[in-house]
Design a binder for this molecule. Structure first.
Ligand SMILES: C[S@@+](CC[C@H](N)C(=O)[O-])C[C@H]1O[C@@H](n2cnc3c(N)ncnc32)[C@H](O)[C@@H]1O
Length: 255
């Protein structure tokens, strides 16, 4: 793949303007919501998913082993939260990995984990709607359970496209629509009833875990997301369902 072998430009930080209007309201609400649950986020992630989230992140990692082996490459894990995917990607990687998120309490936890492992893994404050990276400077970008939180998914994808280098890869991990008919109602009952209740009680923040199934319901299904990616200009778009379609990995390349 071109992005993995071609000489690469250094990542560059450029200025970003503040969000405006409805978009700003949405961003502030999402940021506050994640700030409120940051301290319990990891425990709840693993508990409510029965640890399956770890397996899903390993699947993302497996897609990127060659770019991670390239010491000229920069990989951004966007909406990195408490950093678990970025940490997994950086483990043994020669590539530069950068975690980016706009929620400071999540980043504080991510930074602490990287320091405990003595990893050279910077975490930066960044709004996905206006990324602080120059055009075509990133060789791969991952976003796990982040895309559905954006106020405008299409605009967010276009912003990711902008920062990706030619041949650069986007890998999205996101909750989707279960594809196995008999499993779907059982999962939906868990996801829409039990999870919001348990998550609300254990995190002390009802809104965050009531918002989760609502945000997934509003997120495009697998085919629609692939179509959206192609519409932005991504090539070689494909997706893979995980755990019966509870989650999916979408991939695309900037041609
Ligand atoms: C559900 S968490 C996922 C965290 C992590 N990627 C994971 O897999 O556990 C969603 C993360 O997206 C971040 N996020 C949401 N909207 C964002 C935006 N516009 N810019 C940057 N980060 C955003 C939140 O702060 C939160 O940390």
């Amino acid at each position: 793949m071109k992005a993995q072998s071609a000489p690469t430009k250094p990542i560059e930080i450029i200025s970003s303007d503040a969000a405006i209007g409805d978009e700003a309201t949405h961003l502030a609400a999402v940021r506050d919501m994640f700030a409120a649950i940051a301290g319990r986020y990891d425990f709840l992630n693993h508990f409510l998913s029965l640890n399956i989230d770890r397996y899903w992140r390993r699947k993302v990692y497996a897609q990127l082993t060659s770019v991670l082996a390239d010491d000229n490459a920069t990989l951004v894990d966007l909406a990195c939260g408490t950093g678990d995917l970025a940490l997994k990607l950086k483990s043994g990687a020669s590539a530069k990995v950068v975690g980016a998120d706009f929620c400071e309490p999540m980043l504080v936890i991510a930074k602490k984990k990287a320091a405990e492992r003595s990893l050279n893994l910077p975490f930066v404050g960044a709004d996905a709607m206006r990324l602080p990276f120059a055009d075509s400077t990133v060789q791969a970008l991952t976003i796990s359970f982040g895309l559905r939180n954006l106020p405008d998914i299409k605009k967010g994808l276009a912003e990711i496209f902008r920062v990706l280098d030619t041949g650069g890869r986007l890998v999205i991990l996101e909750f989707t629509t279960p594809v196995i008919p008999g499993f779907r109602p059982v999962f939906n009952f868990y996801f829409r009833r039990i999870l919001p209740f348990l998550g609300g009680v254990l995190s002390g923040s009802r809104p965050a875990y009531s918002y989760l199934p609502v945000s997934v319901a509003h997120f495009p299904d697998q085919r629609s997301l692939a179509k959206l990616m192609r519409g932005i200009g991504f090539a070689d778009v494909k997706y893979q369902n995980l755990t019966g379609g509870v989650a999916a990995i979408h991939q695309g390349v900037k041609p």
